[in-house]
Design a protein around this ligand. Structure first.
Ligand SMILES: [Zn+2]
Length: 244
């Protein structure tokens, strides 16, 4: 069992997961250097072009995404699916399919089972409360994945340094376990430890936490909590794919 805070490395405008890339995958998170991948700060046509450029640069012809709704549904992605189904996790066993999860403060969780299956989940407080990572693990296990062989990486997101929540939300999140801290009259939620706990409860042994806060961690990232004066925001794309 190992939970490591690993420095995700900067490469070509993206941050990469050392744990997953050491296993032959292409896995990481875009930065503002790649522009916005979703959100409202640029027109959709510009963001679609940014996503195409990313997939091309990473060597993938297909980018599979879902319409994220802060839930816990999981879909299997054999290819890019249009229209995108409503879900917050996706997985595939196909080489050449790049899985993408848009995130600006929610934590992207990328997994691989060592037998060709890869998955990605989008976990904000709602997805975490609903156990979206557990739903993804259940889908992989249902297809024959062995949890003990799964490795997981948590990408950048709003960190426990900055994720202040109110008492009504804290009340909903308390049943998840000890992932809330109170100081100076503020309550903060630790999305990272909450999702690590879910992965562990499913038997995942090797977990990497990027430990980069989208709001205060530098690294040229968009944060939903750092929206512009008009309320517009940009979004990163977390990605994982097995080269064909
Ligand atoms: Zn922070």
């Amino acid at each position: 069992m190992s939970v490591a805070t690993a420095s995700w490395t900067s490469r070509d405008g993206t941050l990469r997961s050392p744990l997953l890339e050491a296993r032959g995958l292409v896995a990481g998170f875009t930065t503002r250097a790649f522009g916005s991948m979703a959100g409202s700060v640029y027109p959709e046509s510009v963001q679609a072009a940014n996503r195409d450029a990313l997939a091309r640069q990473l060597g993938f012809g297909l980018l599979a995404r879902v319409k994220q709704v802060h839930g816990n549904s999981v879909v299997r992605a054999e290819r890019a699916i249009e229209p995108r189904p409503e879900a917050d996790a996706l997985w595939t066993d196909r080489a050449g399919v790049l899985l993408g999860i848009a995130a600006a403060d929610c934590v992207p969780v990328l997994v691989a089972d060592g037998a060709g299956r890869i998955g990605a989940a989008h976990a904000g407080w709602q997805g975490t409360m609903l156990g979206v990572v557990g739903s993804l693990m259940a889908a992989l296990k249902g297809d024959g994945a062995r949890a003990s062989q799964v490795v997981a990486a948590l990408g950048p997101s709003i960190g426990p340094c900055c994720y202040v929540i109110d008492e009504s939300r804290a009340k909903m999140l308390r049943p998840l376990g000890d992932h809330l801290q109170a100081s100076d009259g503020r309550i903060v939620f630790d999305l990272w430890s909450a999702n690590v706990a879910q992965l562990r409860s499913f038997g995942v042994r090797d977990i990497e936490v990027a430990g980069i806060c989208t709001k205060c961690g530098g690294r040229d990232l968009w944060s939903y909590r750092a929206r512009d004066a008009e309320g517009r925001y940009g979004t990163q794309l977390a990605f994982v794919g097995r080269p064909a």
